[in-house]
Design a protein around this ligand. Structure first.
Ligand code: ATP
Ligand code: MG
Length: 151
């Protein structure tokens, strides 16, 4: 499903809708060029979860964890990593909820993942006319379809 995002607010609003409706264990794999709006969408997800702390890009920290919302948000950014390096990080523990409290896992630059989770929502952001954006949402093996259909 493709959605037109006229401005930053539209991207945030979509994120809020997702954050309000996703369940613990959901994985969001974000793809899109530099500056396409991936972090903005995750900021919306954080708001939707009730996180008041500012959500900043984890480009240098790799993973930021936010625990003050309805359930945790794990925000990952793989931009600076090679796929081989990503494979050694054992990121599976996040979506399998092993030794971490199940929450929402949002991954920027998810194209760097060699192994994807069994179920996830794919979010692909692209540039449109005059600085606008478009997003394509594709659920893989997950129950988010109803939420998306209602957007
Ligand atoms: N729908 C939109 N229309 C216009 N600008 C937008 C839209 N959504 C987000 N932006 C703006 O695009 C800029 C880059 O957004 P953001 O940092 O979220 O991108 P990103 O994909 O995370 O970038 P990076 O690849 O560096 O991680 C921000 O200034 C943001 O406000
Ligand atoms: Mg970003």
């Amino acid at each position: 499903m493709k959605i037109f995002l006229a401005d930053t607010e539209a991207t945030l609003r979509l994120g809020i809708t997702l954050g309000e409706s996703l369940t613990p264990g959901s994985v969001i794999l974000l793809e899109g060029d530099l500056g396409a709006g991936k972090t903005t969408l995750v900021q919306g997800i954080g708001k939707g979860l009730g996180i008041n702390e500012p959500i900043v890009s984890p480009t240098f920290t790799l993973i930021n964890e936010y625990t003050e919302g309805r359930f945790p948000l794990y925000h990952l950014d793989l931009y600076r990593l090679e796929p081989q390096e990503v494979a050694t990080l054992n990121l599976e523990s996040y979506w399998e909820g092993i030794e971490v409290i199940p929450g929402i896992v949002a991954v920027e630059w998810a194209e760097r993942l060699l192994y994807k989770p069994d179920s996830y929502l794919s979010v692909s952001l692209t540039y449109g006319h005059e600085g606008t954006r478009q997003v394509e949402l594709t659920p893989f093996n997950c129950a988010i379809s109803k939420v998306i259909a209602a957007i």
